[in-house]
Design a protein around this ligand. Structure first.
Ligand code: SF4
Length: 384
């Protein structure tokens, strides 16, 4: 069986505005609870270990008309915050029993409170991520914060989480992330074998099902991938950066690929792929998760890593991927992304790496201008 039907099935799942896969999970698990995870990073293992379903909550994309959310937010706020709130007003989040936000930016912080105020029946949690990664107390702090989230999830689930259950969840998510890292490596080395649109669909659809099901799906893809044929084309190898929270429309990613780019690395869905290596199984699981959050994670514009420079991280990412250019793809009004851009830009200029900026909104319908910009950029790279 080829991979395409799996990708199509995943695409249908992520485009289903009624969260059909979550409904199915609930039907299979009577009394089971589902918890929405707003980007960027949530310790989903804790939710899963409590017997609940972690659900990726990435806003309404281009499927929702804002009727109420605009009145609760300023006009200069990113789309994901407004469309997530609007989903609540339109009853589309009713199947979720809880949602978790975290301290990635002021907008997410405010959204968390606005959601709690407007939907009192919904369990709303907020994670205060560590601000000082180099403090000797950082791991202790994160462990205690994740412990607080664990107790909160236990209350929502109605039973305690055993260390054994948490260890089993760590293992499952380690296996998922390992396969995703492998798929990212394959795409980096042979981008003609799996496109970014395909890889993104696979990864994102996995945020809407039981991780065990996602793991099976990924293993199926790994089994089928060696049979894929294809020849590399003459394309520009690019890295996509700044798309770590609100996700660009699928059509926009398709436009980038159709314009003649191989996307060989990206920060899409970065919170779901957060760890650069396995969370170890030796220490007590909550401690292992906390240590990994501080020491084994990707760089991100939503956290400050002390001396570990994000600029260096981006330049290294470009070099590792053997990329020729960077496409910055920030969501409109995303402050963490836009604040980092001038610093990234200087670092890229110093490293002699060209870049292009494509700002997006969830409700982007036409891509003609973007297509023209991309094609001009690609031509300038190919025929320079
Ligand atoms: S898109 Fe940017 S500004 Fe909006 S919630 Fe996410 S990190 Fe915050």
């Amino acid at each position: 069986m080829p991979i395409t039907p799996i990708i199509e099935r995943c695409r249908a799942r992520l485009e289903d505005i009624e969260f059909g896969s979550v409904r199915e999970w609930k039907a299979r698990h009577p009394g089971g609870r589902a918890v929405g995870c707003f980007p960027v990073y949530t310790p989903v293992e804790i939710i899963h270990a409590a017997g609940m379903l972690p659900v990726g909550l990435f806003g309404g994309g281009n499927t929702i008309e804002l009727a109420n959310a605009d009145a609760r937010f300023q006009s200069f706020v990113c789309s994901i915050a407004k469309s997530t709130l609007e989903m609540g007003f339109q009853g589309r989040l009713k199947l979720l029993d809880g949602v978790i936000f975290s301290s990635i930016c002021d907008v997410a912080r405010n959204l968390s409170s606005v959601m709690a105020r407007n939907f009192p029946e919904l369990h709303v949690d907020y994670i205060h991520h560590a601000q000082n990664m180099t403090s000797p107390s950082a791991v202790d702090y994160v462990e205690s914060e994740f412990g607080r989230i664990q107790r909160s999830m236990e209350r929502l689930a109605g039973h305690p989480v055993s260390p054994g259950a948490l260890a089993a969840s760590l293992k499952t998510y380690n296996q998922i992330r390992e396969i995703l890292r492998t798929l990212y490596r394959i795409r980096r080395e042979s981008p003609h074998l799996i496109s970014t649109v395909e890889l993104y669909i696979l990864a994102r659809a996995g945020t809407l099902v039981d991780p065990e099901d996602h793991l099976r799906e990924l293993r199926e893809v790994m089994d089928l991938l060696p049979a894929r044929q294809g020849r590399p084309k003459d394309r520009v190898r690019v890295v996509i950066e700044s798309a770590f929270c609100e996700q660009p429309p699928l059509d926009l990613l398709q436009v980038v690929e159709d314009a003649g780019c191989y996307i060989v690395d990206d920060d899409l869905l970065t919170g779901w792929r957060w760890y650069v290596e396995d969370v170890p199984e030796d220490p007590p699981p909550l401690r292992a998760l906390a240590e990994s959050y501080i020491r084994r994670s990707v760089y991100s514009s939503v956290r400050h890593d002390g001396p570990r420079s994000r600029n260096l991280g981006l330049v290294e990412k470009v070099r590792r991927a053997n990329a020729q250019a960077v496409i910055f793809m920030p969501a409109k009004f995303c402050e963490p992304a836009l604040f980092d851009y001038p610093l990234f830009r200087v670092a890229l200029e110093q490293a002699n790496i060209p870049h292009l900026v494509i700002e997006f909104e969830e409700k982007m319908w036409t891509f003609e201008r973007t297509r023209n910009e991309l094609e001009t950029f690609v031509e300038s790279m190919l025929f320079d």
